[in-house]
Design a protein around this ligand. Structure first.
Ligand SMILES: *Cc1c(COP(=O)(O)O)cnc(C)c1O
Ligand SMILES: [Zn+2]
Length: 500
């Protein structure tokens, strides 16, 4: 839709202008730093940072109702820079001129209501939000669009040049980083570090396909992360892990989209997200808080962070009810089908601690809960979901399993509606489905397939058919007729089809 066709009172707002005053704030010592330089940790105390808009009160001078109309009308624009996460420009990267924004199709992923059958089985009304339908097939594209748009801005301003972007990854961060970096060639090149044999073949194929330098490192993600941290402290590289606070800003779009998808009524909503490095849950909390502060939503929804028993440091931390006694202890991870969340020492843990307190305090009640689920439940619920029309990844299964825990614990009651995060596309993790269907999970996963959820292809080659077609050698005449007839008969028998 063209600007002149929008209602008069909206026209002035529809295209955002650079505004706001962003700074990095240290969560340890509270010091603030300018954003002209890329900064990942506090130069004084090494703690993680969050980006704040010191001029955010200006957002309150626009009424919540007006913001809602602005965002809803913006959906009709055809300007690429505003078609993705920057539809919420004022809340994500208000300093960013539209010319710097990189849009590769991220954000505005579908929110799909589950069918009655599976809702009944899970015990609650719920939707999947399919973040696997982002361009690199995971939610990481939200944060990458933000981080790379900002680096693009710094390049355009002449603040940096010849950027080498690096990240450690459980698979999806590198796929996303490599994708966005490849779009900005040659100004930005990317290098990714992956734990050897701990990412799926699809996740390895993605950065290779995008032309990134790919390094496989012995150990698990936490080891890769230490190497990337050492690189970013000693060499001139741009860090694209979620230590980079720009990633968090972009991922806040997930919350804004949920608000918008439910017409900004989030009162009875429960948002379930998996926790790995804890960047995602940080962003989800932060996003809802910003919309709440600006009066765009009237309530803060419940948020349930879900972890596997095999990688559960955040769950363990919040097990202790006495806040004064809580102590964070990293865990040694065990193999998990929620492989992108197989992290024992989450980088964003200080952000989580800080935001959980703020969130519950502003909500006036406990709204954040941490659930733990078994590997078996993750696989079973993923497969059940996908048998009912979804394309959920293992982490989507993890969240759905988390919903059943939340119901059992009474954290979620009748009348509440859950939004379950499928953080990636099912196809990225199809290897785990193969292991389930072929009953070949190594023992340490602790997954035993249920017969009713297994599936396998049947090879049809009737014993009395000698000649079958082969590539380059098609059948003809009677041989072809016989092949078609006998194979059809065999399929009809197996399916118990009735003749017409
Ligand atoms: C990264 C990732 C996670 C974990 O998110 P964090 O921000 O690290 O907590 C979960 N699922 C998928 C598919 C991911 O790629
Ligand atoms: Zn500090």
């Amino acid at each position: 839709m063209k600007i002149e066709d929008f209602p008069k009172d909206i026209q002035d707002y529809i295209i955002p202008r650079p505004s706001g005053k962003l700074i990095y704030r240290c969560l340890g010592c509270g010091q603030e730093f300018g954003i002209e330089k890329l900064l990942y940790t506090c130069p004084s105390c090494r703690q993680v940072l969050l980006i704040y808009d010191t001029d955010r009160d200006r957002l309150k001078s626009t009424a919540g109702k007006t913001w809602r109309r602005i965002f809803d009308f913006r959906k009709m624009l055809t300007i690429p820079a505003l078609k993705g996460i920057y539809l919420f420009h004022e809340f994500i990267g208000p300093v960013m001129p539209l010319e710097s924004i990189v849009y590769l199709g991220e954000g505005h992923t579908p929110v799909i209501e589950a069918n009655g059958r599976i809702q009944e089985r899970a015990g609650a009304r719920f939707y999947f939000k399919n973040d696997g339908q982002n361009p690199s097939a995971s939610f990481k594209d939200r944060g990458m669009a933000s981080a790379l748009s900002y680096i693009n801005y710094l390049i355009q301003q002449g603040h940096v040049s010849d950027v080498l972007a690096v990240c450690a990854s459980t698979g999806d961060t590198s796929a996303s980083a490599a994708l966005y970096a490849s779009y900005l060639q040659p100004a930005i090149k990317s290098a990714v570090l992956l734990p050897h044999k701990k990412v799926t073949p699809q996740q390895l194929a993605q950065p290779l396909g995008s032309g990134a330098m790919v390094f496989e490192i012995p150990g698990v993600f936490d080891d890769c992360m230490k190497i990337v941290e050492s690189l970013s402290e000693n060499f001139n590289v741009a860090l694209l892990n979620s230590k980079n606070a720009w990633r968090i800003l972009g991922q806040e779009s997930y919350s804004y989209e949920i608000a918008q998808a439910f017409e900004y009524d989030v009162k009875n909503k429960v948002v379930l997200v998996p926790i790995g490095n804890a960047g995602n849950i940080t962003a989800v909390m932060s996003g809802f808080l910003k919309f709440f502060d600006a009066g765009i939503i009237d309530h803060l929804p419940k948020i349930i962070g879900v972890q596997s028993e095999h990688a559960n440091p955040v769950y363990q931390y919040y097990l202790e009810p006495d806040t004064a006694k809580r102590r964070f202890v990293p865990v040694a991870v065990r193999p998990s089908v929620a492989q992108a969340a197989m992290i024992g020492n989450p980088v964003s843990m200080p952000r989580v601690m800080f935001l959980v307190d703020e969130y519950n305090q502003k909500a006036g009640a406990q709204k954040i809960f941490m659930a733990q689920v078994a590997e078996q439940e993750i696989m079973d619920w993923q497969l059940i979901a996908n048998r009912n029309g979804h394309v959920a990844c293992t982490h989507g299964g993890e969240c759905l399993a988390g919903l059943t825990v939340a119901l059992k614990n009474g954290w979620v009651g009748p009348g509440e509606v859950a939004i379950v995060d499928s953080t990636a596309h099912a196809l990225k993790f199809s290897g785990f489905q193969d292991m389930y269907f072929e009953n070949r999970f190594p023992g340490d996963y602790e997954v035993t397939p249920r017969a009713d959820l297994m599936n396998a292809p049947l090879f049809i080659h009737p014993a009395d058919v000698e000649q079958v077609p082969q590539p380059g050698r098609p059948l003809e005449g009677d041989a072809l007729k016989r092949f078609i007839q006998r194979v059809s008969e065999e399929i009809a028998t197996l399916l118990d089809l009735k003749r017409i």
